[in-house]
Design a protein around this ligand. Structure first.
Ligand SMILES: Nc1ncnc2c1ncn2[C@@H]1O[C@H](COP(=O)(O)OP(=O)(O)OP(=O)(O)O)[C@@H](O)[C@H]1O
Length: 517
């Protein structure tokens, strides 16, 4: 409420003080209604601009830095020349582009959905999480631009993704190369997990490579660890999906990323997906075939989750990972087995993995707190014996989770609590979603082709889920071979799935799918 205006012959000074006070009151009132800085920027933007551009300064204190005024707005996306489409995911198409102003090569992700306000854009998970990340192994988000209701992410450009590298290969990657990549990715994961985020959609397509450097990308599903469960939306690509997610736990955590990394590591070492399930039920069966069925000892919470869903695990003893990955070192196998533990609590944390014997000789250098001016921090490579001697120095600056260089992955202490809340399933009738893959016009017949239809965050009616779940049962069957199929396979088929078809394992060739180039 404003005070009554001074009556009578007030001096000019009085009037000035009165109006000054009024302005302050109005501002205070407005401010109390403004939730955060982003909204304030948007509000100012509305006043002065027709379009918005936010240049994100990546670091500890992110802020919207620049508003484009009327005189400039038509130039917003004109600054970029799109050269070639390099990827087409569920949510956006990605282009290699050049910033005409400084000739920098960038990646422009053009979102498929329209965005009618800037707040909507700024509240996207991809923006919220990426803008808080500043790590040499996490793809940098440079700008967020909304123009004509279309949202663009301007990112640093990476040459290709891991899936593209795998599909063209005949011989598996040398273990040293896999070690180098994985070490970088685990550093990125340690960084983001320690900052309270987990990715939830790790897969080879989301690991981008430029020369020796690999980076995590696609934070569309990233979630804050502190966000409140239940997590009800659809999460992650089936082949890399953790069992607790398959069993519809709604309180999973960063351990889902560790499971995915186990599967990715194995795939890099063999060029074949470790758990190429054709449906959710088949996914569980494939997991049982490799690591054996869970029991009261290995994963009591899993049995409860299954019971809640009226799902019965097949009783399979499982194979030895060493049989599946004949040429892998014992350290690699040990690490993959611990990452692919049924019980999420038994999977090592990312920071612990960096201490695993598989990475002996690799140096962990924590990223700087603030980005250095004049360039990105360099990714620390595996540096052999020198690295070991440097490691003690590196650890001094770590967050304290790295205890000993020689210790293997230890057991996690946090437990997943179980819940009766059911997560939503992708159903048979769902229209197939676009696969997440890079556009590959040069290679129409992809040997290692895959479709990742379940990356979509499909939502389904709970009643339908309940019906499906109550029918669900994966019957025990004699061990199906876990030998890599003759052809490279694609992640999932969209043909869901879980229920009633558990023992119908389609032949490998059904898994092959041609890619749209
Ligand atoms: N910064 C980048 N540089 C080069 N290529 C990129 C970049 N970001 C993404 N890509 C390519 O585009 C593809 C799709 O990108 P992205 O995963 O971000 O899209 P999406 O719509 O979120 O996909 P998804 O279906 O997995 O959710 C990636 O697999 C990658 O090949």
């Amino acid at each position: 409420m404003l005070c009554p205006r001074p009556q009578g012959k007030g001096s000019i000074l009085h009037l000035a003080i009165y109006y000054y006070g009024c302005i302050w009151l109005v501002l205070i009132e407005v401010e109390s209604n403004i939730q955060d800085y982003t909204l304030l920027v948007h509000w100012l933007n509305r006043l002065y601009c027709r379009q918005e551009i936010a240049q994100l300064e990546l670091g500890n204190h992110l802020r919207v830095e620049k508003l484009v005024e009327d005189s400039q707005d038509t130039r917003t996306m004109d600054r970029f020349k799109l050269i070639k489409e390099v990827g087409d995911g569920t949510f956006g198409s990605v282009w290699r582009a050049i910033n005409k102003q400084n000739s920098e090569v960038v990646a422009v992700k053009k979102m498929k959905k329209k965005y009618y306000s800037f707040e909507e854009c700024m509240s996207l998970r991809e923006v919220k999480s990426l803008r808080r990340m500043n790590h040499p192994n996490i793809v940098k988000l440079k700008e967020v631009v909304r123009e004509n209701d279309i949202l663009y992410f301007i990112m640093e450009y990476m040459e290709c993704n891991l899936y593209q590298l795998m599909k063209d290969r005949v011989k598996p990657f040398p273990e040293s190369e896999v070690r180098n990549w994985c070490f970088q990715i685990f550093q990125a994961l340690a960084y983001m997990h320690q900052r309270g985020y987990f990715h939830r959609d790790l897969k080879p397509e989301n690991l981008l490579v430029s020369k020796d450097v690999i980076k995590l990308a696609d934070f569309g599903l990233a979630r804050e660890v502190s966000s409140v469960p239940p997590y009800t939306e659809y999460v992650s690509t089936r082949w890399y999906r953790a069992p607790e997610v398959l069993l519809q736990s709604s309180v999973y955590d960063s351990a889902v990323d560790m499971w995915a990394m186990g599967a990715i590591m194995a795939e890099l070492l063999t060029l074949h997906p470790l758990f190429p399930g054709t449906s959710e039920a088949d996914e569980i069966l494939k997991i049982c075939n490799v690591i054996g069925s869970p029991d009261e000892q290995s994963w009591p919470e899993g049995l409860s989750l299954a019971a809640t869903m009226k799902y019965k695990f097949p009783q399979i003893k499982g194979n030895q990972l060493s049989e599946v990955m004949k040429s892998a070192s014992s350290e690699a196998i040990d690490l993959i087995s611990s990452l692919c533990s049924w019980d999420p609590c038994k999977r090592p944390k990312a920071a612990e993995v960096l201490q695993h014997a598989f990475f002996q000789g690799c140096t962990y250098v924590p990223p700087p707190v603030r980005p250095k001016a004049g360039g990105l921090p360099k990714t620390p490579p595996c540096v052999g014996a020198k690295g070991i001697s440097e490691n003690s120095v590196a650890r001094r600056f770590s967050t304290g989770t790295l205890s000993t260089m020689k210790s293997s992955a230890s057991v996690k202490s946090n437990a997943l609590s179980k819940t009766g809340v059911q997560r939503k399933l992708q159903m048979d009738r769902q229209a197939p979603l676009k696969s997440t893959r890079a556009t590959d016009s040069s290679n129409p017949v992809l040997r290692h082709s895959r479709s990742l239809p379940e990356t979509g965050r499909a939502m389904h009616k709970v009643s339908a889920i309940t019906e499906k779940l109550s029918n669900m049962s994966v019957t025990s069957r004699t061990r199906t071979t876990v030998k890599p199929p003759a052809v490279m396979m694609k992640a999932g088929h969209g043909k869901s799935d879980f229920l009633g078809k558990s023992d119908e394992i389609p032949p490998a060739k059904r898994l092959t799918r041609k890619l749209v180039s």
